[in-house]
Ligand binder design. Structure first.
Ligand code: F3S
Length: 394
């Protein structure tokens, strides 16, 4: 690979042993993927933040590292809220380890944003090069914001945070961002009434078919929150890191893109509205969990308006970034008055809160996919309205 003076100095250990090791990780990655050179990244998002997923081995490794991030770097959800975790039944030994993980990342200059939606709290522009690792955030950044990031692992994202660099390959290169598989919906008219949860269900089906290919959807008109649900689910049931929706997502509106999709041939798959609707179940729920990915402002307002004046009759957890509270205290109060719990900093999958929770009702296609394997829970998919109705015993 072609190295500039800074890359070479990092590799020579002139910036310390940790940054040398980090550059070696990135160089190995660059060689595997035939990258010609490194590029600078504007921001980094680091996964591997919950003690539940990294364990003692990950924590020990983090504690061997030193140095500071040189670009804005955000942390994925951790295994529990940073404050008041005691009220959620988190075991003391887990909490102690999680606090050590938090301290290790903080020491390395990684901001404890603890969210899978860092795009709500940082500026990301079309064409920005990033090194993000949370799969749903990667999908959103590439597809909805038109930024460019590969789906990094925790260590490679951390390496980019500490060096400011990433190898130039994959989705950083425009010619690798065109669609490779096309999905049609058999009844686009019926899809006009779809909710976020329906887009999550569509993502569960499409991601399993697409694998790591780049999908193009036609004839659907999702808003931003629906795109978020769709991408998160495809990143979970498959390994989708970028998708396009004709006329909706930013790159799909480029003349070059339009010309390319007209000329290029790719596999076309039809997905039935009935297939999407079949994923919605009718089991009895034990717990309701909303906020995978973490809620947007609009989603928070919808939850608050559905809970206004009501009382929940079972545990109802709402997962959010801690920063969402600013300016939204009124909606928070409404939700808290209903008895539902707003849980910041963590997520239903990487926290022990949901372990063996029984039947978990959610409006998220991503959670629907991960809850059985990661938490031993039985997932039940419903729309947000249905989740709140069930949570309130209606
Ligand atoms: Fe976020 Fe956890 Fe879902 S990281 S996308 S809330 S599985």
């Amino acid at each position: 690979m072609e190295l500039d003076k800074y890359d070479q100095a990092l590799l020579n250990g002139e910036y310390g042993e940790t940054k040398q090791k980090m550059m070696e990780i990135l160089l190995a990655l660059g060689k595997i993927y035939d990258a010609e050179r490194f590029i600078e990244v504007k921001s980094v998002q680091v996964s591997g933040a919950s003690f539940k997923t990294i364990g003692d081995a990950g924590l020990s490794w983090l504690n061997t590292l030193s140095g500071k991030a040189v670009v804005p770097a955000f942390l994925n959800p951790i295994g529990m809220p940073r404050d008041e975790w005691q009220n959620l039944g988190i075991a003391d030994d887990f909490a102690k380890k999680q606090l050590e993980v938090n301290a290790a990342y903080s020491r390395l200059g990684i901001r404890l944003t603890c969210t899978c939606t860092p795009y709500y709290y940082s500026i990301v522009e079309r064409g920005d090069h990033l090194a993000w690792s949370e799969s749903s955030a990667v999908c959103y950044a590439n597809s909805v914001l038109g930024a460019r990031t590969n789906r990094e692992g925790g260590p490679s994202a951390l390496a980019s945070a500490l060096t400011g660099k990433t190898p130039y390959y994959g989705l950083h290169i425009v010619k690798n961002r065109f669609p490779q598989i096309e999905f049609h919906i058999d009844n686009p008219e019926a899809a006009k009434s779809w909710t976020n949860a329906h887009y999550g269900a569509l993502g569960v089906i499409a991601g399993a078919i697409a694998g790591n290919k780049i999908p193009l959807f036609t004839e659907i008109r999702p808003n931003r929150d629906m795109l978020k649900s769709l991408g998160a689910a495809m990143a979970a049931s498959g390994a989708v890191a970028l998708f396009h929706v004709d006329e909706i997502t930013p790159e799909a509106r480029f003349p070059l893109f339009k010309q390319h999709i007209e000329e290029d041939k790719r596999e076309v798959i039809e997905i039935g509205v009935a297939e999407v609707e079949e994923l919605f179940g009718d089991l009895e729920a034990d717990v309701v969990a909303i906020g995978c990915p973490h809620l947007s402002n609009d989603e928070l307002k919808q939850v608050a308006s559905l809970l206004e004046g009501k009382r929940v009759v079972m545990p109802v957890y709402i997962f959010v970034a801690a920063d969402l509270k600013h300016g939204n205290e009124h909606y928070y109060n409404t939700i808290v008055r209903s008895g539902a719990k707003i849980v910041p900093d963590t997520c239903m999958v990487v926290s022990p809160i949901m372990d063996k929770a029984g039947v978990v009702m959610t409006n998220s296609g991503k959670a629907f996919t991960y809850l059985p394997g990661m938490c031993g829970a039985t997932p039940l998919l419903g729309t947000l309205e249905e989740c709140i109705r069930v949570g309130c015993g209606e």
